[in-house]
Write a protein that binds this ligand. Structure first.
Ligand code: HAM
Length: 414
């Protein structure tokens, strides 16, 4: 028997019935970025493994457990990108974008790969919309980023959206805070999960993320970074909050917000939706003032976010939709070639037109017109005449075949 294959675990096919809603998200995102002066960037699907180890951080779950890493024929270690920020900062450095007027605002849409346990809203190949503002440390850049994502989610109609906002301080503050947190965790290590205990030294902040009961209890009284911010960081954070509020975007302050990537400094944020289950994060991001330098570029601040397209679509729970067809041409056998010429002519004029290639009877073609969701049928007769039928009302009227392309186009625009 011939072999049959399935898409690999945690991956999925985007079928035509899924792609209408997806295209709507894409268009809304593209327009939002265009209105705010962002340029679109595209980077390769794989990069040197070292880029993510350095950029995302050796101690993160992403680097430790979730990367699809392979060797190419030349023995180089490559990794399917688990996120976009490290790649985009690599491109910023590689193309000398620091010589352009700053900041450089970039956006991206594409597939990403993480070897996670698949479940609803969590895949091994998923898609993100990504936004990066590189070369400005202004708190207004943070606010612009946050408001952009908030407005995009509102415009798309995503229900139950909440924003959590925090600050991790500068690298120095974060370092001092980590020491304080390490000391606190060591005092309580008897109540912590094995996983958290093993990472007290390498990544103590992850303790806030734990779903272990004992750890959660300990973390309720843990010192939070918001209490440790120095005056500059605190001022920066105040300005971010002010500008976000001024834009009418509500948020909840969260001193325990830990993101799964190591490059964050100062502002961090996450958007969730109440209509999603356990994987409730629609998108998140923050400031990464040390990343460009870490990747060999000049000291350059940056801020950005990524949103999961599948999560947005899940939260929208949109019914599967068919692509819109303005007219389906129904033709008797003697008129089939004519039908294709008419379809081509109407398409060249901008209309969406379909027709039968399966040798269906005229009755069968009418059924097919209905199934495709076409708004109208153009019904050709053997004698060369034609009529146009409104598929919803059933109203019919004769049309001049000489101008049928124009008729379809006019009706489509009506
Ligand atoms: P992240 O929080 O790791 O951030 O991912 C952003 C979003 O991608 C998540 O909120 C979620 O919606 C979606 N996502 C992540 N993993 C999966 C998965 N396995 N399946 C489905 N959706 C997923 C970043 O990636 C950062 N690069 C964001 C950023 C940009 N920070 C600064 N600039």
């Amino acid at each position: 028997m011939a072999a049959r294959f399935k898409a690999p675990r945690g991956t999925f096919d985007v079928l035509p019935s899924d792609s209408v809603a997806r295209a709507r998200v894409y268009s809304a995102a593209a327009l939002a970025f265009e209105r705010a002066g962002y340029g679109r960037i595209e980077t390769p699907v794989f990069e040197e493994t070292e880029l993510f180890a350095r950029g995302v951080g050796e101690s993160t779950d992403i680097v430790q457990k979730e990367m699809f890493t392979f060797q190419d024929q030349g023995g180089r270690s490559l990794t399917l990108r688990p996120e976009a920020t490290a790649s985009i900062c690599r491109a910023y450095v590689e193309h000398g974008m620091h010589t352009l007027p700053q900041p450089v605002k970039l956006w991206y849409w594409g597939p990403f790969f993480r070897h996670e346990r698949p479940q609803s809203g969590r895949f091994r190949q998923f898609h993100q919309i990504d936004s990066e503002v590189i070369g400005s440390d202004s708190p207004l850049a943070d606010a612009e980023s946050i408001v952009l994502l908030s407005d995009l989610l509102t415009e798309l109609g995503v229900p139950g959206v909440r924003l959590r906002l925090g600050s991790l301080g500068s690298l120095e503050t974060r370092k001092a805070y980590r020491d304080e947190l390490r000391a606190y965790l060591k005092e309580h290590d008897g109540s912590l999960s094995e996983d958290v205990r093993s990472r007290i030294d390498s990544n103590p902040l992850r303790a806030f993320d734990s779903d272990h009961e004992g750890t959660q209890e300990v973390m309720q009284s843990a010192p939070t970074i918001l209490d440790s911010l120095d005056s500059e960081d605190a001022e920066h954070f105040e300005a971010v909050k002010r500008a976000v509020s001024d834009a009418g975007v509500e948020y909840v302050l969260d001193g325990t917000l830990v993101r799964g990537l190591d490059y964050y400094t100062r502002t961090v944020f996450e958007f969730t939706s109440d209509s999603l289950g356990a994987q409730s994060a629609l998108g998140g991001g923050g400031r990464y003032d040390g990343l460009v330098a870490e990747l060999g570029g000049p000291e350059t601040p940056g801020v950005g976010w990524a949103a999961g397209i599948e999560r947005i679509l899940l939260a929208l729970d949109e019914a599967k939709e068919k692509p819109t067809i303005d007219a389906f041409i129904v033709a008797p056998d003697g008129q089939r070639e004519r039908a294709l010429s008419l379809a081509t002519e109407a398409r060249r004029a901008g209309a969406c037109v379909d027709l039968d290639f399966a040798g269906r009877s005229e009755k069968g073609q009418m059924k097919q017109a209905d199934r495709t969701g076409a708004r109208r049928a153009v019904i050709l007769s053997e004698d060369g005449s034609a009529k146009i039928r409104d598929m919803q009302s059933g109203d019919e009227r004769p049309v001049d075949l000489e101008d049928i392309a124009g008729e379809i186009e006019r009706e489509a625009r009506a």
